[in-house]
Design a protein around this ligand. Structure first.
Ligand SMILES: [Zn+2]
Length: 199
């Protein structure tokens, strides 16, 4: 087998112990690099379920996956995610604008959820945002929240439900705060936040 990160051959000795384990899509040295912890003193506005520190190797992985179109790397991200998704009524991914989706060709979050066979619901949408400099002062204050609920989604379904919002990387928490605020308006029971990596 070839490592999806460094493209070297993965040498695994078959033994009775690892016979039934799922093959890892990457070699051990790449796995070690990705799992390196980074120090952070940052206070997050949410309790975040996350699996990888945003270290150099992880940043490189996301760069190749999102911007260089190395779509096979979704399997690498999926291999680190271990969570009981069944405890939620709705798993909702942070949406891409249709412009961004067209540029990239795929949604980097739902691709990983597909690998994990997690069922998700298309609830949020976002329109492509103009750059700060292109927007008027009024536009800037009025369009602070980039997310809305899709008009095709019946919001009464959210009443009293447990929700998980999923994104790829958690940085300042702004994106999540916006998404949480939009969903909170519909009297949900609880919202949890999960990202593959956290800065
Ligand atoms: Zn490797």
């Amino acid at each position: 087998m070839i490592c999806l990160m460094c493209h070297n051959t993965i040498l695994t000795e078959m033994s009775i112990l690892n016979m039934f384990e799922k093959d890892s899509p990457i070699c051990e040295s790449c796995s070690t690099e990705l799992l390196k912890e980074t120090d952070t003193n940052y206070e997050y506005p949410h309790e975040v379920i996350s699996f990888l520190s945003y270290n150099e190797a992880v940043a490189n992985l996301f760069h190749r996956y999102k911007f260089m179109g190395d779509n096979a790397l979704k399997e690498v991200l999926a291999s680190f995610v271990s969570h009981n998704f069944k405890q939620y009524d709705f798993v909702i991914s942070i949406p891409l604008s249709s412009k961004r989706l067209k540029e990239r060709g795929f949604n980097q979050v739902t691709e990983v959820l597909d690998c994990l066979k997690v069922k998700y619901t298309d609830v949020l949408e976002t329109s492509h945002r103009k750059r700060q400099s292109e927007r008027s002062k009024i536009e800037r204050t009025e369009s602070q929240n980039p997310f809305t609920i899709k008009s095709t989604f019946d919001v009464s379904k959210l009443l009293d439900k447990r929700i998980l919002i999923v994104d790829d990387i958690y940085t300042t928490g702004m994106t999540m705060t916006h998404a949480v605020n939009v969903l909170m308006m519909h009297r949900v029971n609880e919202i949890k936040v999960l990202t593959f990596s956290k800065v």
